[in-house]
Design a protein around this ligand. Sequence first.
Ligand SMILES: [Zn+2]
Length: 271
Amino acid sequence: MDKLHEMWENFQLNEEEGAAIDIEEEGIPKVLRKGDRSLISKIWSDRQIGKNIVETTMAKVWRLSKPAIFTKMGKNIFIITFATHADKNRVMSGRPRFFDGQMFVMKAFDGYTPLNKMSFDDVVLWVQFHNLPLFGMSRECGERLGSSLGVVEEVEVDGDDVGWSRFLRVKILLNLKKPLARGWTITLQGLKTWIPIQYEKLLRFCLQCGRIVHEEKGCTVPILMETSNRQFGSWLRAEPGGQRFRGSSQTWNSSLTKSSPKEKGKATMGW
Ligand SMILES: [Zn+2]
């Protein structure tokens, strides 16, 4: 299809072919009624995923009021139509989603962009910035650090815009095709500090080039490093269930019950 598209761009159109047909009023409300309950999705996998397997699997995983209907639109690209808006919103808000460990990118319905022009290269992940000085744990600092990785959607802070914790958590729209940043160097009063970055729910990524979009066996980047000198590793994955230890009593208590004895000791001393 892409090749055909390139051919058309070189065509010399006759008068009839070149006269634009205005489709502005043609059936848009009907499509929108369906589109409003739909998401456009892509599973980032090298192998072809069948419509039936993904439909059946996700019906079990999502536990919707009624199973969603999948329409195959290309290699691993599906439009997912939900029975209700509530089902759609619940699935959308649970990003990132995965299918068999592969990134399952979902986008809001867009009736204007042809599918071959649509990008599925972005994914929303919670990112943790570790080792920050206390002055660095603010909404503003989170936005500054996060925007150097992608588009910031949310910074996890308290009502006073301060996010004191073991790390600052920022929800960011990241480009899957860019290597994962391993950390940033910050300066505060002239003092340089290395801020390690960890990514939550980072299942599969390429240990060779640090991109989420493929695994090592699908990597096309030339092998430059010996395995013993890898620049990327599983240490980029945040520990599952990374709660913040914040000052509010509810969060504090629930965190304490889940923390290790060592962390408990530290926390008690902190109070
Ligand atoms: Zn790679």
